[in-house]
Design a protein around this ligand. Structure first.
Ligand SMILES: Cc1ncc(COP(=O)(O)O)c(C=O)c1O
Length: 379
């Protein structure tokens, strides 16, 4: 039998005011996809990131609308990093576009600008440049936006930032998700702040946000008649969940500080172990370390990644591999990938440790002790 209550990878952590805002929704009967919590949540988010926004039912919905804003349609090619969660890619597929994958750089684990340039140069020579690039900021660390943006500008490729995992992240002083024309955030239950499920789309052009808002509510034309000239979706966030979002935004900076503290706690606790290394911390911005992710060098550590996962699981502690690259997914068999060896290596040897901000130091220490014991380096 498992010894103690299970420690999960990343769970919700409510602040003091979420329930009050939810209660307000009940008291006022704003129990639909309009209401004061939605207005206040969007206003607070805009105040934080400096761009107009629309609150949605998920980050995936935001990616779908964002790619449509960029004009992605059937037959277009959309470049995505191979090392990501599948929700970075699916929205391109919903629109009838074809993904093409690019490897990671070691410095950030995000899309490699050099590899991107190699792909675009080849495509340009063939006279078929991809329509858009989805940049992902993995695990709370920004991709190298300046390099990526200058490449995309040169080749005329539109950009969308998938900042689902990067709420609170910065790049050279600016919030991740606000550098490309459109950006998307996720408030899924496992994220640094959550609305239980939800997302936010931001854009530089306020007219784009209005269009996305319109599409998110079934694209109903103005007037009393239910008249439609475009295809829409039911993608709006509910006013109840926006209440949770309001409270969570108030504690975002605290959550970021604690996630970083947890990552650095593990780094310190494993500092004397050869072959267990925290993912890189780029000097270009604030890495939230949404998840504490390490690379295992089995030859040096004397134990491989999967053995660590098994040892933790035996102690009722959840850990997971790094995302399985898209070019290794059965769903995307045969899809072109520029490189892919770096992402494959990060996947093979990468492990995500429990990172919830409401984890006590005792639980963190128990995880550390389990890993050390498994590696034969008990203290
Ligand atoms: C990189 C990435 N993109 C997109 C998403 C989609 O967000 P959501 O779950 O809110 O649809 C997620 C997380 O779930 C993610 O990790």
């Amino acid at each position: 039998m498992a010894p103690t209550k299970r420690v999960y990878l990343s769970v919700p952590h409510m602040g003091e005011n979420e329930l009050r805002y939810v209660q307000d929704a009940f008291t006022s009967n704003w129990l639909s996809t309009v209401g004061p919590n939605l207005d206040a949540f969007e206003a607070a988010f805009t105040a934080r990131v400096g761009l107009p926004c629309v609150a949605l039912g998920s980050g995936t919905a935001g990616m779908h609308l964002g790619l449509r804003l960029l004009g992605v349609g059937p037959g277009d090619e959309v470049v995505c990093p191979t090392l990501t969660f599948i929700a970075s890619v699916n929205p391109a597929v919903y629109l009838g576009a074809r993904p093409v994958f690019v490897d990671s750089e070691r410095a950030t684990w995000n899309i490699d600008p050099q590899r991107l340039e190699d792909l675009l140069r080849r495509r340009a020579a063939q006279g078929r440049v991809p329509k858009a690039l989805v940049v992902v900021h993995l695990y709370g660390q920004s991709a190298d936006m300046d390099a990526l943006k200058s490449i995309c500008d040169r080749y005329g490729v539109a950009m969308l930032e998938d900042a689902a995992e990067a709420v609170g992240t910065t790049y050279r002083g600016r919030p991740a998700g606000t550098i490309a024309p459109v950006g998307v955030y996720s408030f899924n239950g496992n994220k640094i702040i959550t609305t239980t499920g939800g997302g936010m789309l931001v854009a530089h052009d306020p007219a784009w946000i209005e269009r996305a808002r319109f599409w998110s509510q079934q694209a109903r034309d103005p007037g009393v008649a239910y008249e439609h000239t475009q295809t829409g979706y039911n993608y709006r966030l509910s006013n109840v969940l926006a209440g949770i979002g309001r409270g969570q935004l108030e504690v975002l900076d605290q959550r970021v500080a604690r996630r970083r503290e947890i990552a650095f706690f593990y780094r310190e606790a494993f500092a004397d172990l050869d072959g267990l290394t925290l993912m890189p911390q780029s000097p270009d911005g604030l890495h939230t370390n949404w998840l504490s992710v390490f690379q295992v060098d089995a030859a040096r550590l004397g134990i491989d990644r999967d053995a660590i996962i098994r040892a933790l699981d035996a102690e009722n502690i959840e850990s997971r591999p790094v995302w399985k690259p898209m070019h290794l997914q059965p769903l995307f068999e045969g899809v072109e990938c520029e490189g892919g060896e770096v992402a494959a290596d990060l996947f093979r040897n990468g492990i995500c440790f429990p990172s919830s901000t409401n984890l006590g130091d005792d639980d963190l220490r128990r995880g550390v002790a389990t890993v050390r014991r498994a590696a034969g380096r008990e203290r």
